[in-house]
Design a protein. Sequence first.
Length: 96
Amino acid sequence: MGARKYFGTDGIRGKVGESAINPEFVIKLGWAAGKVLAGHGTNKVLIGKDTRISGYMLESALEAGLSAAGINSGLLGPMPTPAIAYLTKTFRSEAG
């Protein structure tokens, strides 16, 4: 049995609830990413999303996972990806 592949060239893809994209997975993903970031002395991350209704659920799950790992999250709400990158640099966050 082969290993599961969650990340592609464009990030994690799939339908919410019909693939690995569900709150439980996103909490674990947030915790794991948070532990890596915390290990590098990081404690500040910004979270943005698109306008799909599932974004609110996934945003909350990601924030919960990051928080459990000791990371402070700023919620940006719906916005374009380039704006998230700009704000990440402007607010001196380590990830966005």
